[in-house]
Ligand binder design. Structure first.
Ligand code: E4P
Length: 217
């Protein structure tokens, strides 16, 4: 399973890039707004200069034609840009046009197997089931990730599954076990994944033991 970072925070992206474990970025309008900027294009271009991989940028348009126009514009920003389009009937119509033009689409706000199937059939490159938001309403988000993954493999659909709305490290483990192609994770979760209290105490013990002998010599 590959890891994408789910953020528009440049500092976090720079740090994660140095770790060498992140192969793409997903953003959304809320994440861009959180950085205090309404200049989506500048943020995406800066991200593209840091990470050489798929960078998802979401359209704000709601109607088919305006989604298509906006998606063509967004995808022209860089060859790495993937256009994020929410799953609606207008979104699907747009995806079926855009995919024939070779524009990569990440179908977002996916909450059901049927929505994922439609996205894949329309030609989306990725579908993003939102695990945490489903868990929030008492549903089983990870079960949906597993169901979509199985469906796509059973029917040889080339669309990749991005486990999104990841809230904690256990989500990440579950996504990997259930067969997601990618998990897109917040920076905080990435940092948590690298930590273990036994690693921290183990380093302290090694250093103390070594220091004690060094003093004797
Ligand atoms: C995915 O592409 C979305 O940006 C994201 O995972 C949404 O997560 P949230 O439910 O934490 O907002």
């Amino acid at each position: 399973m590959r890891l994408f970072l789910d953020t528009a925070n440049i500092e976090h992206i720079r740090h994660a890039a140095k770790l060498g474990v992140i192969s793409g970025i997903t953003t959304n309008p809320s994440l861009v707004a959180k950085e205090g900027s309404a200049d989506y294009k500048s943020i995406i271009l800066e991200i593209c200069s840091i990470i050489d991989g798929p960078i998802s940028a979401e359209v704000l348009s709601q109607e088919t034609n305006s989604i298509i126009v906006e998606a063509r514009e967004v995808s022209s920003w860089s060859p790495n840009v993937v256009v994020k389009i929410p799953i609606t009937s207008q979104g699907l119509e747009a995806i079926s046009v855009l995919s024939k033009e070779g524009i990569k689409v990440n179908l977002t706000l996916c909450f059901s197997l049927n929505q994922a199937l439609l996205g894949a059939l329309a030609g989306a490159t990725y579908v993003s089931p939102f695990v945490g938001r489903l868990d929030d309403i008492g549903d089983d988000g990870m079960q949906l990730v597993g169901d979509i993954t199985k469906l796509f493999r059973d029917y040889d659909l080339p669309t990749e599954v991005i486990a999104a709305s990841i809230r904690h490290p256990l989500h990440c483990i579950a996504a990997a076990k259930i067969g997601a192609d990618i998990a897109t994770i917040p920076y905080k979760v990435l940092m948590q994944m690298a930590e273990h209290p036994l690693t921290t105490s183990g380093i302290t013990r090694f250093l103390n033991d070594f220091a004690a002998v060094s003093k004797k010599i």
